[in-house]
Ligand binder design. Structure first.
Ligand code: ZN
Length: 458
C-alpha cells in the first residue's frame, strides 16, 4: 500500500536528536504520519508517491513544540489581578472561575490552542481542575477543540477537594467531593485515553496542588493512575507561600509531602518546581520525576526562579509550559524558549545557565520526555511521528542572524510557514488550516464577557 510522501528541503534542520545533529541545508521525507528520513543536502530524486514538495529556503525546520502545562479556561480571564502573588491572584479569580460552563471552556480552549498552534506547538496539554456542578462536559469541550485545531493533546483531569472550611485555599463552592473527583477522573481515562504510538489524545490524572486537595485525593489519584497506566500531574513547589502552607499543615516541604503521598516517579511531572532544595532535586532525579518549567508565569506571579540548570545537571526531565493565560497573557510557547534562557541567566549560573540549543531542547524533546512520549515525538528521527515546524527566518526580524537556532530562540517570535502534526498540515503560511482565527477571537471575547457578567451578578 503506497503512502503519500511530503518532502521538505533546502532548509536548515535542528533534529534535537541525542547527538544534537543539525544540517545547515538538509531535507526531511515524511511518509504517512512518520518521518522516513532526514539528512543533509537535497532530497534524493526519484522518490515515489511524492504528494508535496516544500522548498524551505530561508527557513529552519525543528520538531514541533511540546507544551507541558496550561489551563485553557483562563483564556477568558486574562489581564486581571495584575499585581498579585499566586495566593492573592488565586483568591481574586476563584469566584469567577467557579462560574465557567461548557460553552465558555470550549471557546477558551479554541483560543488557547489556536494561538499555540500558530506559534509552532504540535502537542498541547491542559490541566483543568474547576468543575462547577451542572457546568456540562468541560473535558469533552477541550477535547473537541483540540481535535478541531488538529494538535496532539494531553488532557489532565484536575480536581480540588480541600475547601477553605477544611483549611484549603479555594472557597468551598469551587471544590468537588473526593469521591466525585475520583469517579469523574476514572471515567475520563476510560472514555478518552488512547495509549497508541500515534495517539492524538491522552488523559492524565491531576489533582491541583498541595493547598487545594486532600492527602486522600492525592493518594487515591496516584493509585488510580497506576492502575490505569496513565500519567500523574500536579503543581509543586511554586511559591514560598505554598512552602509555608506545607510546613504548617504537614510539617515538611512540598516535595517530601508529595513523595509521602506516592507522588514521585517516572510517571509523574509537576509544574513549576521553583523552591527546590538540593535534596528535592536529588529526589526528582532518583525517581525520574519530570518538571514543567513555566518562566513567564513564574515571573508574572513573582513566584521565583526555578533551578533549571541544576535540575538538568542532575538528570531531571524538564519541559516548558505556557501555564494558564491569566498568569501568562501571551499564551505562546515559542516565546518561552527565549524567556527560559533569559530568566535563567539572571540566576546564579549567569551566562552558563542555558544555551540556545538547550532552550530548544527543553521546548521539544524535553517536553516529550516529560509527557512520556520521547519515543514518539520531540525530535526529527526516522520512525518518529512527523510533528514538524518550518520557521521563516529570512524576514526583517531575523535575516541578519546567521545561526538559525539563535535566530529562533533569541530573536523575535518567528513566523511559522508550515506546521505538520503526524504529517497533516495544521498551519500554512502563518494561518491555521482548520479554524478561522477571527471567529475564534470573537467567540472567546463573547464568552469572556458572558463570564464576567455572570461573575459580577454573584
Ligand atoms: Zn498552573
Amino acid at each position: 500500500m503506497p503512502v503519500d510522501r511530503i518532502v521538505i528541503e533546502n532548509c536548515a534542520i535542528a533534529t534535537v536528536d541525542a547527538q544534537g545533529t543539525e544540517h545547515a541545508s538538509g531535507h526531511v521525507v515524511v511518509a504517512g504520519d512518520r518521518v522516513e528520513s532526514v539528512a543533509a543536502g537535497p532530497a534524493p530524486r526519484g522518490l515515489a508517491d511524492v504528494a508535496r514538495r516544500v522548498d524551505g529556503t530561508g527557513h529552519l525546520l525543528t520538531p514541533g513544540l511540546v507544551n507541558t502545562h496550561h489551563h485553557f479556561y483562563q483564556w477568558l480571564t486574562r489581564g486581571l489581578a495584575q499585581d498579585c502573588n499566586l495566593f492573592d491572584w488565586l483568591t481574586a479569580l476563584y469566584p469567577t472561575w467557579a462560574r465557567v460552563d461548557e460553552d465558555m471552556v470550549y471557546a477558551a480552549a479554541l483560543g488557547s490552542l489556536a494561538v499555540m498552534a500558530r506559534g509552532g506547538v504540535t502537542t498541547a496539554m491542559d490541566h483543568h481542575y474547576v468543575f462547577p456542578r451542572g457546568a456540562g462536559d468541560l473535558l469533552g469541550a477541550e477535547i473537541r477543540a483540540a481535535r478541531e485545531v488538529g494538535v496532539r493533546f494531553t488532557a489532565a483531569r484536575g480536581s480540588m477537594d480541600l475547601g477553605a472550611s477544611d483549611g484549603g485555599l479555594p472557597p468551598d463552592f469551587a471544590v468537588e467531593t473526593t469521591d466525585a473527583a475520583l469517579a469523574a477522573t476514572e471515567e475520563a481515562v476510560d472514555t478518552h485515553h488512547d495509549a497508541s504510538f500515534g495517539s492524538m489524545l491522552q488523559i492524565a490524572v491531576a489533582p491541583c496542588s498541595p493547598f487545594s486537595v486532600t492527602t486522600e485525593l492525592l493518594r487515591e489519584s496516584a493509585a488510580l493512575a497506576r492502575r490505569k497506566g496513565v500519567r500523574l500531574h500536579t503543581h509543586g513547589s511554586e511559591t514560598v507561600e505554598e512552602e509555608k502552607f506545607c510546613h504548617e499543615r504537614f510539617g515538611t516541604g512540598p516535595t517530601a509531602y508529595l513523595e509521602s503521598a506516592g507522588w514521585l516517579g517516572e510517571d509523574v511531572w509537576m509544574a513549576h518546581c521553583v523552591h527546590m532544595s538540593d535534596a528535592d532535586i536529588a529526589a526528582f532525579a532518583r525517581t525520574g520525576t519530570g518538571v514543567a518549567h513555566c518562566p513567564s508565569s513564574n515571573a508574572r506571579l513573582a513566584a521565583g526562579l526555578a533551578r533549571v540548570p541544576d535540575l538538568l545537571a542532575a538528570g531531571v526531565p524538564v519541559g516548558l509550559g505556557v501555564d494558564g493565560t491569566a498568569s501568562n497573557e501571551s499564551g505562546e510557547l515559542h516565546t518561552e524558549l527565549r524567556n527560559a534562557l533569559l530568566i535563567n541567566r539572571l540566576g546564579p549560573h549567569r551566562e552558563k545557565a542555558l544555551t540556545v540549543r538547550q532552550a530548544l531542547r527543553l521546548g521539544t524533546y524535553g517536553g516529550a520526555r516529560v509527557l512520556g512520549r520521547q519515543d514518539q515525538i520531540g525530535s526529527i528521527e526516522p520512525g518518529k511521528l512527523a510533528d514538524l515546524v518550518l520557521w521563516k527566518l529570512d524576514g526583517l526580524a531575523h535575516s541578519t542572524i546567521a545561526d538559525p537556532v539563535a535566530a529562533l530562540v533569541l530573536g523575535a517570535p518567528a513566523p511559522v510557514t508550515l506546521a505538520l502534526v503526524g504529517g497533516r498540515p495544521v498551519v500554512e503560511a502563518g494561518r491555521l488550516t482548520a479554524v478561522d482565527e477571527d471567529a475564534v477571537a470573537r467567540r472567546a471575547r463573547d464568552e469572556a464577557r458572558r463570564l464576567a457578567r455572570i461573575a459580577a451578578e454573584g
